[in-house]
Design a protein around this ligand. Structure first.
Ligand SMILES: NC(=O)c1ccc[n+]([C@@H]2O[C@H](COP(=O)([O-])OP(=O)(O)OC[C@H]3O[C@@H](n4cnc5c(N)ncnc54)[C@H](OP(=O)(O)O)[C@@H]3O)[C@@H](O)[C@H]2O)c1
Length: 316
């Protein structure tokens, strides 16, 4: 746990907000901790400090740290394993957020939470909006949807950001898996009939900061004007195969990685425990209209991550 100096809880925008980050060792949590460093005093915890599946520990954490803003980037994210660990996935992804929301409501704190494109079944041709009806194909998607609903049904001031295909310079993600596999194999078969928007932990953390600091400063008006659910992903869309091509187009130049031969395959030829949506591209129009925030294209966000990795290939 990183524990910074404390100051009294205050909803006074002239004071810096006290921030609690849950899930600080995850891809997004690491970026949030860095990007919010100068916003206010931070308490950042991961699962060795709190088990989000344990309501008593979660309540105790919030009461002890007395935050003005809770950033919850912790989640059960093992999409395939969730199929055989449904109770645990729901405890972490639905019960945990419910308790955070109850505690946030109790002290009038803002709860920021992240959800997933996998709440949708992928059947739509166009990008999914916040008005579209979720119909998760997987236990993971259902558990995240239940987390959204628990927060929406609470009295907490909240921002739920649904995002997609998250990756960054650290952690478990498609980019780092591709770079590792390229060192082991000459040929990779990659799914080409699932479309989404790869989104970096860096872009997500920056956009979150812009919105949270604006909310705190009163720039977006009263709570009923901004509290709610928003889609937040990098602009554009691509298949996993196209994403892999873009990764190796950059990695072979910048990181000196030998690009493997890439073979496009259908999802039916790559069976996984959990089904995934065919099209999970999110429309970010509501986010832009409400907060004036737009994430970069997935290509330029990828450039930024590659630049961060440069100089330390294979360090993850
Ligand atoms: N990754 C994606 O592709 C993706 C796509 C769409 C949406 N999202 C959402 O975006 C958010 C951030 O995801 P991410 O990619 O940063 O996830 P991540 O890298 O898997 O990080 C999640 C963090 O939560 C922690 N955690 C897991 N179980 C916990 C528990 N019981 N108590 C406390 N902490 C626990 C994990 O710790 P351990 O590592 O020790 O388990 C990990 O540090 C999540 O809400 C996720 O659902 C992710």
């Amino acid at each position: 746990m990183t524990d910074s100096p404390t100051q009294p809880t205050s909803a006074d925008p002239s004071q810096n907000p006290r921030i609690l980050i849950v899930g600080s060792a995850g891809q997004l949590g690491r970026e949030l901790e860095q990007i919010f460093a100068d916003v206010g005093p931070i308490v950042a915890v991961d699962r060795e400090s709190v088990d989000l599946a344990d309501p008593d520990q979660t309540r105790d954490l919030v009461r002890r740290t007395a935050p003005d803003v809770i950033l919850n980037s912790a989640a059960y994210t093992a999409v395939d394993r969730a199929e055989s660990e449904m109770p645990l996935a729901h405890a972490i992804n639905a019960l945990g957020p419910r308790i955070l929301a109850e505690e946030a409501a109790e002290r009038n704190a803002l709860l920021v939470h992240y959800s997933t494109d996998y709440v949708f079944d992928g059947s739509k041709q166009d990008p999914w909006t916040e008005h579209d009806t979720p119909a998760p194909l997987s236990v993971y998607g259902a558990s995240k949807l239940a987390g959204e609903q628990a927060i929406q049904n609470s009295r907490a001031r909240h921002l739920i950001f649904r995002t997609s295909w998250v990756y960054g310079p650290h952690g478990n993600n498609f980019l780092l898996t591709m770079l590792r596999l390229a060192r082991e194999r000459d040929r990779l078969s990659i799914v080409d009939d699932q479309i989404g928007a790869p989104t970096t932990s860096i872009a997500l953390a920056r956009a979150t900061r812009e919105i949270v600091t604006g909310v705190w400063a009163g720039r977006f008006g009263p709570v009923q004007d901004w509290s709610g659910l928003y889609h937040m992903s990098c602009a554009g869309s691509v298949s996993w195969f196209g994403f892999a091509q873009a990764i190796f187009a950059r990695a072979s130049g910048q990181l000196g990685v030998k690009a493997p031969e890439l073979v496009p395959i259908g999802a039916k030829d790559y069976p996984t425990a959990a089904a995934r949506p065919r099209n999970s591209v999110l429309s970010n129009a509501k986010l832009h209209a409400r907060f004036g925030v737009q994430l970069p294209s997935w290509q330029s966000a990828l450039d930024e991550v590659m630049a961060r990795l440069q100089g330390r290939p294979g360090s993850e």
